[in-house]
Design a protein around this ligand. Structure first.
Ligand code: IPM
Ligand code: MG
Length: 391
């Protein structure tokens, strides 16, 4: 913490008096609670380095539909444009999920992904030793699980045209289209190989090349990119058997590289390994750079959890760890990121647990025999902040 020992980016920021700009997007359901918790943790981690952040907040998702009739307004996009990074809680909920609705909260997310060409979605999955018993999988299958899902995020079925529903004399039809251009595959493949270099140097590329033309192109292009990384092992697997291996032998994987829809499905499956969706962070990155680093959108992988919204019981850790990824990728501050990650691990080691991390019906009071303490969203953040500030 001494000023003399500051890392280069920390020193530069202090000298420039330059506050990175973060736009918070609390969104719907539990989003506002987990974002509020994360803002406090990020501010504390920055304060340790005598640094601060410039926060703004915008209304996006179902709450924006209620207030303005659209999932995200142009003036709010203009505010997001000025940010070094976006921190999002969650958007959506049953209130806005009528299939006939003309506007949907999720449109805002897709707008943000395409507007900033956030083509690489990074979802790390690892398991804290204290939480192994909480996973639905047998503990012996979980040792050594440490993977990074790299999901292509701006192509494929989510954005292909034509897409829509129509009707004729024979009945109703609907169509979605799955396109991929080699450039879209190549750029996300580079992200996967670069990430693997900092890890165990294995890339598993996942496709359905036995059926889909896009998957055969995917396989060819990923193999070509792989030639540029002779130090990284590349394997190709089909998506159906990968889904099985993820729960039978999850420690086989290091970096998993896959297209948009397969990545959507497999990343939720992989998230189950950690014991709770509430624990896992994500970063969506492209190639846009700001003065501080790579621009990104950071969010927990869980959704808006409307059933527990407003009850101070959501697990904030997935969002807090997304804040750590934000510090690392978008602010160039790995020491801030590591401090947050260590503080989270210390609080879990100390026995504090939000409700999702306790066996159903179990609500141990402080000092109970299990050594675990039930805490709320705010209290979990209090403990992490106290850990960071050495209180
Ligand atoms: C995710 C979510 C989104 C997606 C939805 C909310 C549009 O499931 O980030 O994984 O499908 O990409
Ligand atoms: Mg999803």
């Amino acid at each position: 913490m001494s000023r003399a020992a500051a890392a280069p980016e920390v020193a530069r920021l202090r000298q420039a008096g330059d506050e990175p700009r973060i736009v918070a997007i609390p969104g719907d359901g539990v989003g506002p609670e987990v974002v509020a918790a994360t803002r406090r943790v990020l501010d504390a981690a920055m304060a340790r380095q005598h640094l601060s952040l410039n926060w703004r907040e915008i209304t996006v998702g179902g709450c924006a539909i209620d207030a303005y009739g659209v999932a995200i307004r142009d003036e709010d996009l203009a505010i997001a444009d000025t940010a070094d990074a976006l921190l999002l809680g969650a958007v959506g909920g049953p209130k806005w999920s009528d299939p006939a609705a003309a506007v949907r909260p999720e449109q805002a997310l897709l707008t943000l992904r395409t507007r900033y060409e956030l083509f690489a979605n990074l979802r790390p999955v690892s398991i804290l030793p204290e939480l192994i018993a909480h996973s639905p999988l047998k503990s012996e299958r979980l040792h050594g699980v440490d993977m990074l899902m790299v999901r292509e995020l701006t192509g494929g079925l989510y954005f292909g045209t034509p897409s829509g529903e129509s009707a004729d004399d024979s009945g109703r039809h609907a169509i979605d289209t799955l396109p991929y251009h080699e450039d879209e595959i190549r750029r996300v493949a580079h992200v996967a190989f670069e990430s693997a270099r900092a890890r165990r140097r294995l890339v598993t590329s996942v496709d359905k090349a036995n059926v889909l033309a896009t998957s055969r192109l995917w396989r060819t292009v990923v193999s070509e990119v792989g030639q540029e990384y002779p130090d990284v092992r590349l394997e190709h697997r089909l998506v159906d058997s990968t889904a099985m291996l993820l729960v039978t032998q999850p420690s086989l994987f290091d970096v998993i590289l896959t297209e948009n829809l397969f990545g959507d499905i497999l990343s939720d499956e992989a998230a189950v390994l950690a014991g709770s969706l509430g624990l896992l962070p994500s970063a969506s990155l492209g190639s846009r750079r700001t003065a501080h680093g790579l621009f990104g959108l950071y969010e927990p992988i869980h959704g808006s959890a409307p059933d527990i919204a407003g009850t101070n019981s959501a697990n904030p850790i997935g969002t807090i760890l997304s804040g750590a990824m934000l510090a690392r990728e978008s602010l160039g501050l790995p020491e801030v990121a590591a401090a947050i990650e260590q503080a989270v691990a210390a609080v879990i080691r100390g026995g504090a647990r939000t409700a999702d991390l306790l066996p159903a019906g179990d609500s141990p009071a402080a000092g109970s025999a299990s050594g675990l303490t039930l805490v709320g969203t705010r209290e979990a953040a209090d403990l992490i902040v106290a850990q960071l500030l050495g209180a």
